[in-house]
Write a protein that binds this ligand. Structure first.
Ligand SMILES: *[C@@H]1O[C@H](CO)[C@@H](O)[C@H](O)[C@H]1NC(C)=O
Ligand SMILES: [Ca+2]
Length: 402
């Protein structure tokens, strides 16, 4: 049996008091004594949706989940973060169908990392000696542009641009400031155009909206996801899209989080109208990743810091292991690509006091390993939940998609 497959949980007090129909049943809770005038009619049955998680129990645990009359096996791959896997969640025909829908929709290039004017350059002078050594400059470019260069690339840049005037492979503040930032950006743009594997993401994508395209197969897949996750239906209906992504040869996606931290003060993107141009954070409580094809080589999903005792972002960035093209096998959890397989994880903790979504779980850091041969097709289903329960549950609050 799947655990946590409730669509709503009724407030304990209301449930005991009102479904039983006899006030006084819950005296031990001190809320519902015989004479306190509680209306036990059905009107007072107050339903407050809460957020729940599937329970993976422990690593290696296998449980049956019945979805649309079919029994699937769900295996727990990790508990920190909790990562669950269901093989054959989609049939081969359903996978092929999703790919066809995406192709029909017209896939467009992902544009996550064209180095542009608006990018905020974060100078990574780790030891604060006002000089950037090679490692620090590599990290500066990684963190600012999502471009992953090695030392030879950097030395070529220094020499092409005449940056390192005294040839000591360090870039001093003077050397940096005598350089026009635009010349660096132009150099990077041209360099990675010829070497796409240096970019964070090499892929094409399309968005599929079950509510818009009214496709029977897609509707069935959507219903299967809804039964699996057991979350309030309104959350699923308001943001029903699947993102289908195709990674080409060398395609990969460096380690990242799918969601933002609640400490970021920006609004959740799904609470803004499309094209508002306002800065926002992704608020993706849950990720369901579906593999749509058999990848010839590579294409696993890696969680570099799963099950590590602690997480230190600074030391992680310094290690260079964010680059999953180079460091896939170093990841603590690697989930191989397999047609029809679903991988499920929760990007956030639960907040037990509110019953809603809590802070980002740092251990969900993950990415797509390089495709070494053939293509890789996946579909992402992000279940969007914000730190504002009322807005998420308000049926009138919908993003205005164009
Ligand atoms: C993994 O855990 C160890 C022990 O707590 C810690 O020293 C190390 O920095 C952690 N690694 C990362 C990448 O956070
Ligand atoms: Ca120098």
């Amino acid at each position: 049996m799947a655990k946590g497959v409730f669509h709503v949980i009724v407030h304990a007090t209301a449930l005991l008091c009102c479904t039983v129909g006899i006030c006084g049943e819950t005296e031990e809770l001190g809320t519902c004594a015989k004479d306190d005038g509680v209306d036990c009619g059905s009107q007072s049955l107050e339903v407050t949706p809460v957020i729940t998680k599937l329970d993976g129990v422990e690593v290696g645990h296998v449980q049956d989940v019945i979805l649309g009359g079919k029994t699937h096996q769900m295996t727990t791959l990790s508990m920190k973060p909790q990562v669950l896997e269901i093989k054959h969640f989609l049939t081969d025909e359903e996978c092929d169908h999703m790919i066809r829908l995406a192709e029909k929709d017209g896939m467009f290039d992902s544009v996550t990392n064209t180095p542009t004017k608006s990018t905020n350059v974060k100078i990574m002078d780790m030891n604060r000696d006002t000089v950037l050594n090679l490692r620090e400059f590599i990290l500066t470019i990684e963190n600012s542009f999502d471009i992953y260069l090695d030392e030879d690339d950097m030395l070529k840049m220094y020499s092409d641009l005449g940056m390192d005037t005294n040839s000591d492979t360090d870039i001093s503040r003077e050397e940096l400031h005598s350089q026009d930032p635009k010349s660096v950006i132009d150099w990077l743009t041209e360099y990675v155009a010829k070497r796409p594997h240096k970019k964070s993401r090499m892929s094409r994508q399309a968005w599929l909206y079950p509510s818009k395209i009214r496709d029977k197969v897609l509707d069935e897949i959507q219903e299967r996801v809804i039964s699996l996750v057991g979350l309030p239906r309104i959350l699923m209906d308001k943001n029903d899209e699947f993102q289908v992504v195709q990674y080409g040869p060398k395609g990969h996606y460096h380690a990242h989080w799918d969601s933002g931290s609640w400490t970021e003060s920006y609004p959740c993107c799904h609470h803004l109208k499309t094209g508002s141009g306002q800065r926002c954070k992704s608020c993706r409580f849950m990720t369901v990743l579906l593999y749509l094809n058999e990848v010839e080589g590579g294409g696993a999903t890696a969680f570099p810091i799963a099950n590590n005792e602690t997480f230190d972002e600074h030391s992680f960035r310094m290690s260079g292991k964010i680059n999953l093209h180079r460091h896939c096998e170093d990841a603590n959890l690697v989930v191989p690509a397999e047609k029809g397989k679903a991988i499920i994880w929760y990007n956030h903790h639960l907040d037990p006091t509110t019953g809603w979504v809590g802070e980002l779980d740092s251990f969900t850091l993950h990415g797509g390993c390089g495709v070494t041969s053939g293509h890789k097709w996946i579909a992402n289903k992000w279940i969007l939940v914000s730190d504002d329960r009322d807005k998420d549950l308000d049926p009138n609050f919908r993003p205005n998609r164009t």
